[in-house]
Design a protein around this ligand. Structure first.
Ligand code: HEM
Ligand SMILES: Cc1cc2nc3c(=O)[nH]c(=O)nc-3n(C[C@H](O)[C@H](O)[C@H](O)COP(=O)(O)O)c2cc1C
Length: 488
């Protein structure tokens, strides 16, 4: 890229079909790439014939663009000597609200997972907060996820000598200090400069596992390098409409021995409406090139999340698991199970695991709270817990929630938003969340009279589920008259 490209030349290429963009002092032809941009094409078109550095850097690692684009799309160095006043003024429309580090409460003041979400809401970039905290429509599943964990009560035992306790566990063959993985979450760089690298480094330092999202801000190689060379990770897969792209990704994963399981996300055939995200209209992404006018928002709003999912294949079906298996030797874990029937299906298809999840309330609103699905599986097809690893996420915010999940039979739990928000404090923030959960788990175990997690895994006698049972769906194919008939 020795050649220099002038402002006059760049501004000639300012349409979706002919889209040159300056990023970090270099000029790229993004015409072919933009329609496939995982964050949606409009994000890129907005910078056609302009400098997109500020926005790009907010969400992506510096070298991502260099790694992703072909040589013919790299046009040369930006010729600074040709900058004019018109060019400078044209770049001024960007109004990204940035986090002010001085506004942040000190890490030592944050005592629980909720504190991290509150701190981010107060001091993180407004748009990033809307993206992270939002969920579908009326937030019914988001709120139910969390509040239903609070409707499950322990049945503690006393005087059990809890001086020495052990939270160590195994998840997909990996030894962990406690059965927790950091949920896959897109574009973590929006929350803090180190993005997924903070999540990876923090997970490794804390002895838990980071599940890296398909739509990570950093290249997977960089995320893996944030941890010691042999430290394990999981990888989350969105199947791309262009299946050959997914095949290439799976091929790459085969070469990365740090990846120990493949979480295939199946609950987001389309991205739902997240109104908090749609309502933030003051940010730079609201100016839609395609709509022809600056700062014009489409009829649905200005949501980032909505445009991001356009590449996800909504034709995905159970038969496709055989295709995934053909291209991957990793344990296959179906993420997004929302009924006992589908848990059973995954087991019958020979999957190694499932994650009971409704995408943190970001997929179907009114999807059941994940703890209810876990209870339903235990009631209707308990054999699932013996045949594969059952994991759960959604609203898990306390160490005691982890213990409850384990008593229900879970091998591990995913924690999402608190970790994403902790990235505002870099790796130290991630470690702090893990430390809080570890401490709370140990305390809950001691106060319950439990010394080792294997002692209680799948043992419902430690729980009182009465309050929740009224919310469980009726058994499939079960009816009062049917059961009466069978007794006659
Ligand atoms: C080769 C280059 C690029 C790659 C591989 C890439 C990849 C991605 C990915 C994976 C996402 C996350 C989607 C999700 O959360 O579902 C994303 C989001 C985004 N990208 Fe890019 N991108 C590239 C270039 C650019 C450029 C040039 C710009 C702007 C100038 C840009 C702006 C954005 C924005 C604003 C988002 C939205 C973040 C959010 O959802 O919160 N990207 N991109
Ligand atoms: C900001 C954000 C981004 C997410 N991105 C992804 C993703 O890329 N892939 C995925 O499978 N799930 C994604 N999820 C869902 C999480 O993996 C997880 O299921 C959910 O956040 C768990 O709920 P919790 O946040 O209440 O702990 C995302 C969730 C959030 C909050």
């Amino acid at each position: 890229m020795a050649q220099k490209v002038s402002v006059a030349e760049i501004t000639k290429h300012a349409t979706p079909d002919d889209c040159w963009v300056v990023v970090n002092g270099k000029v790229y032809d993004l015409s072919k790439f933009a329609p496939n941009h995982p964050g949606g094409p409009e994000m890129v078109y907005k910078y056609a014939g302009k400098d997109g550095t500020k926005t790009y850097n907010q969400f992506h690692s510096k070298d991502l663009i260099e790694k992703q684009l072909s040589d013919s799309e790299k046009l040369g160095e930006f010729d600074e000597s040709t900058v004019t006043d018109t060019w400078v003024n044209a770049q001024k429309e960007e109004t990204i609200s940035e986090a002010d580090p001085n506004e942040r409460p000190p890490l030592s003041m944050l005592l629980n997972c909720d504190d991290f979400e509150k701190a981010f809401a107060k001091s993180g970039p407004q748009k990033a907060n809307a993206y992270i905290s939002s969920a579908s429509n009326d937030l019914l599943s988001l709120n139910a996820n969390k509040s239903f964990w609070q409707k499950l009560w322990f049945r503690p035992r006393i005087m059990r000598n809890v001086s020495a306790i052990n939270t160590k566990s195994k998840m997909f063959g990996c030894d962990v200090i406690m059965p927790v993985w950091i949920c896959p979450m897109g574009v973590a760089k929006g929350a803090g400069e180190q993005g997924e690298c903070a999540l990876g480094a923090g997970a490794a330092a804390s002895g838990i596992i980071h599940c890296v999202s398909t739509v990570s801000s950093y290249d997977l190689g960089d995320v893996l390098a944030s941890a010691p060379r042999t430290y394990p990770f999981f990888f989350q897969l969105y199947v791309d409409k262009q299946r050959q792209k997914t095949e290439a990704l799976l091929k790459r994963l085969e070469t990365l021995d740090q990846i120990k399981a493949l979480f295939v996300t199946v609950d987001l055939a389309v991205v739902s409406k997240r109104e908090a995200d749609e309502r933030i209209k003051t940010q730079e992404n609201t100016a839609s090139y395609l709509h022809g006018e600056k700062n014009k928002i489409d009829k649905k709003g200005a949501g980032l999340a909505r445009t991001n999912g356009s590449f996800i294949d909504w034709a995905l079906s159970w038969e496709d698991l055989a295709w995934v298996r053909k291209h991957s030797s990793l344990p296959i874990v179906v993420k997004g199970i929302q009924s006992a029937a589908d848990a059973k299906m995954a087991m019958q298809m020979g999957c190694q695991g499932i994650v009971v999840s409704n995408h943190g309330g970001r997929a179907l609103d009114s999807a059941p709270a994940t703890i209810l699905v876990l209870l339903e599986i235990r009631r209707d097809c308990p054999e699932v817990f013996d045949r594969m690893e059952v994991h759960v996420d959604g609203g898990i915010r306390r160490g005691s929630d982890i213990l409850k999940a384990v008593c229900l039979g879970a091998k591990g739990v995913g924690v999402g938003r608190p970790f994403q928000c902790s990235v505002m404090y870099d790796r130290e923030g991630v470690e702090a969340v893990a430390e809080i959960l570890q401490d709370e788990l140990e305390t809950a175990m001691r106060l319950c009279g439990v010394t080792h997690l294997d002692q209680v895994r799948g043992d419902m006698s430690w729980l009182n589920t009465s309050e929740l049972e009224q919310y469980l769906p009726k058994r499939q194919g079960w009816s009062f008259f049917g059961s009466l008939r069978s007794r006659l």
